[in-house]
Design a protein. Structure first.
Length: 362
């Protein structure tokens, strides 16, 4: 049995190439990256990671460096469901979310990477192998960009092969948001896939007004219109706003997704593999969405998530997130005429530049 012999964590502050902004987190100049390398008795290694928008990374590092080895060392690395449950319940009293589930997500991702490498399969094939070509959009973090800069960013993304674009909304005045969405629609043309993301900015009433104002410009979805805790508000926005709703990047468990989906509060469930409980939880959420005949999308960590969406039949769009790791990985995500391509390398396919990361260690 491939017993776990070591866990090696890393904690880094990654500078962004440009200042980014949204309606909730404000201006962002860097993000935090936490990594975990899990090695087994045969010398094989799996890698996992998670990220934050600039806080709590030290708490995640403490969990990965101190608590996880106590629970995981000498366990069979192939018993991923057993290990997930052991870590979940072993850390449950102070967990159920927050840094604990982000740390668990990184650990679980590393286990699946290790398992796929040992099987000599890309992760998307190990998990089901539906279709390696996944529709992909460029997720801009651009609320405070002047309009001309927003349109230049869009043209740059079109030049990179993207055929769907997401922009931020949630400015102080709804009229400003509407004018920017209108300008983006005119720039992209009729029928071009355009998403809008409010980052939890509004009450349900405000979100319904905004959705109705955006409707003439035919966005694919309105993302995170209200806080994740307002499940009833989500359901109202879906019913009364007239637009599909994407949500879930701030949900932390399968059970939170079950509640939001079952109450009719989401059209496009949107898990993030780095904070929902890892690959194990992401795939369960995707299958739960399939049972409700809903398409699943994603948030963040696109280099890993392309593997997960490629595995399931109800995948919709992969988000290519603004917090990209292109500078620190060997082979970044490939985009071809609007599709992200899941690689055929064994595992999840990410090989970090560890010396490069050491230079930005927190």
């Amino acid at each position: 049995m491939p017993h776990i012999v070591s866990l090696e964590s890393g904690y880094y502050r990654v500078p962004l190439e440009a200042e980014l902004s949204d309606s909730t987190h404000g201006q962002m100049l860097e993000f935090e990256l936490n990594t975990l390398r899990v090695r087994d008795a045969d010398g094989a290694e799996g890698v996992g990671y998670t990220f934050t928008v600039g806080r709590n990374g030290a708490a995640i590092e403490a969990l990965l460096a101190r608590d996880f080895p106590d629970l995981a060392l000498h366990e069979d690395a192939d018993r991923i469901e057993h290990l997930w449950q052991k870590l979940w319940w072993g850390l449950h009293y102070g967990g159920r979310g927050g840094p604990t589930v982000l740390a668990l997500s990184a650990f679980d991702m590393a286990l699946w990477d290790l398992k796929a490498k040992r099987a000599k399969l890309p992760l998307w094939k190990l998990l089901g192998g539906h279709d390696p070509r996944v529709p992909c959009y460029a997720g801009g973090i651009d609320l405070d960009f002047p309009l001309d800069k927003l349109l230049r960013q869009t043209d740059d993304n079109l030049g990179k092969g993207f055929r769907a674009i997401k922009m931020k909304v949630g400015r102080a005045r709804l009229a400003e948001d509407v004018a920017r969405v209108k300008a983006m629609r005119e720039h992209l043309g009729e029928g071009f896939p355009l998403m809008v993301d409010a980052n939890m900015k509004w009450s349900a009433d405000e979100a319904i007004r905004a959705a109705r104002a955006f409707a003439p410009y035919q966005p694919v979805w309105l993302e995170e219109p209200v806080i994740p805790d307002d499940v009833a508000g989500h359901a109202r926005v879906v019913r009364e706003g007239g637009l599909p709703v994407a949500a879930g990047e701030n949900l932390r468990t399968l059970w939170e997704f079950k509640h939001l989906i079952a109450t009719g509060g989401v059209t496009y469930p949107e898990p993030d593999v780095t904070n929902c409980g890892g690959v194990t939880a992401f795939i369960k959420i995707a299958h739960l969405a399939e049972a409700f005949n809903l398409p699943v999308t994603s948030h963040g960590a696109h280099d890993v998530t392309v593997q997960l969406l490629a595995a399931v039949p109800n995948r919709s769009y992969l988000e290519a997130h603004g917090f990209g790791l292109d500078r620190y990985i060997a082979e970044p995500l490939k985009i071809e005429e609007g599709y992200a391509l899941a690689p055929d390398r064994p595992g999840h396919g990410i090989e970090f530049d560890w010396p490069g990361l050491d230079a930005i260690r927190a």
